[in-house]
Ligand binder design. Sequence first.
Ligand code: 5GP
Ligand code: ZN
Length: 307
Amino acid sequence: MDIDTHTTRSPVDDEALLDRLFRPMGVDGVYARTHLYENVVDALQRLISRHRPDDAEVFRFPPVMSLRQVEKAGYLNSFPQLLGCVCCLHGTEADISAAVNKAKHGADWTCETTTADLVLSPAACYPVYPIAAQNGPVSARGLIFDVSADCFRHEPSRDVDRLQSFRMREFVRIGAPAQIATFREQWMRKAEAIARDLRLPYAFDRASDPFFGRVGQLMAANQIEQALKFELLIPVRAGGAPTACMSFNYHREHFGKTWGILDDSGVHAHSGCVAFGIDRLALALFATHGLHLEEWPRRVVDILQLG
Ligand code: 5GP
Ligand code: ZN
């Protein structure tokens, strides 16, 4: 894969990125974010908003979503290893006190918790399909959404580009197959223009999701063969392989069937999404242009309206 490069500088060292942009919170891949970093995150969010399609409906989701909805979407068949569930102490005052007493004696109290029927959202677009389904048949124009959420994936790692908790922004298209194909092609071109504007070295590649287990390997191979997922990769870790910072996904009629999203003639709608890994994009900017905003190319500062 060839990286289309606009800079001659080699990426900033991973440790320097971690030190300057984050503060530890006691767990790998979960960090407090500095003002310097969040400024760039906010600027990226605003830049993406300026590219929002005019007719997009906007939703900002909380970091949790319904356990039942995630089950129904098939997440447990595909990525059970990544899911985080919310569990709480339930029961009477005596039950809860007994669990707290366990903690006081150094014993494991968490085994007394039971599900709160919530999971930590694994991707920003999952909650939008049941909402779309409530609006009745999809018109010939189709639907488009701008969504975001704090996402969780259980992948503890010390790699600066693999966080357990990260921000994801997405544009989601629902409609006929040709509409999804056009949307995806347009967004791959726009993403390329954004990467160029931001002077980020990049490459596109076909990709697969990290499906679980042996059956998952077949699903991943199928996904690649059918070109259902593309990623835009940018070098983030000095000396490491380039990192997927955006993805362009075609789900076929998976969510249409799951949630009964139909077109006017009763056919299941298709869907696709473009996902921006906001934290990875912010890291890519710092890795590429350095840790001092004053040294970033003027054009990048202007486009992000950071000046
Ligand atoms: P996908 O659903 O395609 O796996 O993820 C969408 C986007 O979220 C990715 O292209 C990436 O930018 C971001 N993302 C996925 N996993 C992680 C992660 O572990 N850490 C961070 N910072 N971003 C991630
Ligand atoms: Zn999505």
